[in-house]
Design a protein around this ligand. Structure first.
Ligand code: FAD
Ligand code: MLT
Ligand code: ZN
Length: 476
């Protein structure tokens, strides 16, 4: 059941049957879903912690249809919940009450791909993995990759400003997204679908929508700069005795691998225990307190192997790492990446999961896990740490056999106060959605939040777009 309480703005109407009939006959014949069984999976989030009660799901195919839907809903004060692959982890992708769900799943066409510049333009509903496969056939790759690639959509990725496993190398979507087409709350289409690397003509409006979690507009198309497919890829899985040694390994690695380093990720021994127990994934090396996944991507296998060998020799000789294995072949690369990518899935089998996605100065990231373990004692089932070391991004996850309000009260605000004391961010890459929005003040000054409120009021004066998400309840 829905865990979070919200104030429903007076201005937003309840859904009425005639609305459904109006939408159905006027706009989307055959693509208006009202069958409760079919709506079930779109009403609940991936973590199964937030459940709405929407009675209508719309599946437009074109920007024009999205425009008609929003114009219709805006004129009748009907709330709309944009939804992509529904893999979001902060309760932003599902309705809180009976908001109309606007799914982009049928907006899945690739529009153009320029083989010289590597610029891809596509509709928002393209699944990330499908885009990756399309590009790989053309010797390119997507600049982002994440464990949810099989379901998440590029529109959802942009709306959440997803980080993922390649950010260390290719940077954030604020840099790689070159253009967006967005339908505003009243149905106007904002065409900022540029395919230019450089364009300083006025304010860069697309940036506003990157990470706005469907609260400012519905993204209908994206143009994105894609890197060439690396000719050589290596993945190394290493074990470390302490987090200090892991950080020293990161330093060494950056120095010795330089431009070929494409990912530096970690998981702790508690994650390994969950992978072994719940997913039956065996540890590829000997048991250690910490594990590192390093990926290199380059254009010359001999050159990259040489650099990697030198690095590994030094890391082993200096006893920074205690054990390790290297993969150059695709299937083993995939297996080693699973050890990192599937921690999220393993956690769902461990119990009710409290997820925290924290940015911190890199040297502080594991201290939070250690302090949290000590703080909670035996009240939690598992307290695990993993994440994107290279980006200073910790995923701290805590499980309990079932939802446990007393445990939650012990975790929060402790975790947010701890983060704020280091000037960290309480949401590094997942967004605020429904779950985290009221904690925004731990990471943003009130003037900044007030300005966000002004922007929301300007772009969506009736508040129909993804209400109860991102912005805090106390915003005037
Ligand atoms: P949804 O979950 O459907 O929606 C997310 C938010 O975006 C909602 O607020 C929704 O309203 C809005 N939205 C969706 N589409 C649009 C649109 N077209 N226009 C406007 N608003 C829209 N996240 C990371 O950052 N890094 C990771 O490494 C990562 N790994 C993950 C691994 C797993 C196994 C899972 C389940 C999730 C992971 N996530 C990660 C979180 C999630 O996958 C990302 O946030 C993803 O970008 C969401 O895409 P989606 O299409 O599923 O969006
Ligand atoms: C990850 O890095 O694995 C994702 O952000 C998902 C998660 O935090 O569990
Ligand atoms: Zn992550």
């Amino acid at each position: 059941s829905q865990t979070f309480t919200c104030r429903r703005p007076q201005s937003i109407s309840r859904l009425r049957l005639r609305t459904v009939c109006g939408l159905h006959s006027k706009i989307l014949a055959g693509r208006t879903i009202t069958d409760p069984d079919l709506l079930e999976s779109s009403n609940v989030d991936w973590l199964k912690t937030v459940k709405g009660s929407s009675e209508v799901l719309l599946r437009p195919q074109t920007t024009e249809e999205v425009s008609q839907i929003l114009s219709y809903c805006n004129s009748r004060n009907l709330a709309v919940n944009p939804q992509g692959g529904n893999t979001g982890l902060v309760g932003g992708s599902v309705p809180v009450y009976d908001e109309i769900i606007l799914s982009t799943s049928l907006m899945n066409n690739i529009l153009t791909f320029d083989n010289i510049s590597g610029i891809l333009t596509c509709q928002a509903g393209c699944v990330l993995e499908n885009l990756s496969l399309y590009l790989e056939e053309r010797d390119y790759i997507m600049p982002l990759d994440l464990g949810a690639k099989g379901s998440c959509q590029i529109g959802g990725n942009v709306a959440t400003n997803a980080g993922g496993l390649r950010l260390l190398r290719y940077g954030s979507l604020h840099g790689t997204v070159l253009g967006l087409e967005v339908v505003l709350a009243d149905g106007r289409v904002l065409d900022c679908l540029a395919t230019l690397r450089k364009d300083n003509t006025g304010y860069d409006l697309k940036q506003l929508f990157i990470g706005s979690e469907g609260t400012l507009g519905v993204i209908t198309a994206v143009s994105i700069l894609c890197p060439r497919k690396p000719k050589s890829t290596n993945v190394v899985f290493l074990g470390c005795e302490t987090f200090e040694e892991l950080l020293k390994t990161f330093q060494l690695c950056r120095g010795m691998l330089g431009e070929i380093l494409s990912a530096f990720e970690f998981l702790d021994s508690e994650c390994m225990r969950l992978l072994n127990t719940h997913l039956k994934l065996p540890n590829p090396i000997t048991d250690c307190p910490f594990y590192i996944v390093i990926e290199t991507s380059g254009s010359d296998q001999d050159h990259d192997s040489q650099k990697l060998d030198n690095f590994l020799e030094k890391a082993m000789a200096s006893t920074l790492v205690t054990d390790g294995t290297v993969a150059t072949e695709q299937s083993k690369i995939k297996d080693l990446w699973s050890m990192r990518e599937r921690v999220t899935e393993a956690l769902t089998h461990d119990g009710f999961t409290y997820k925290y996605d924290i940015s911190l100065p890199v040297e502080r990231i594991y201290q939070l896990v250690t302090d949290m373990r000590q703080h909670l004692g035996d009240r939690a089932k598992s307290v695990v740490g993993y994440g994107h070391v290279g980006d200073g991004n910790l995923h701290l996850n805590i499980t309990s056999p079932a939802k446990d309000p007393a445990l939650l009260a012990a975790i929060e605000p402790f975790v947010y106060e701890w983060t704020a004391s280091c000037q960290g961010s309480i949401s590094a890459e997942h967004g605020l959605g429904l779950k985290k929005r009221n904690y925004i003040y731990y990471s943003k000054p009130s003037q900044a939040v007030a300005l966000m409120g002004n922007i929301k009021a300007m772009l969506d004066p009736k508040g129909i777009l993804n209400p109860y998400k991102t912005l805090p309840d106390d915003l005037k």
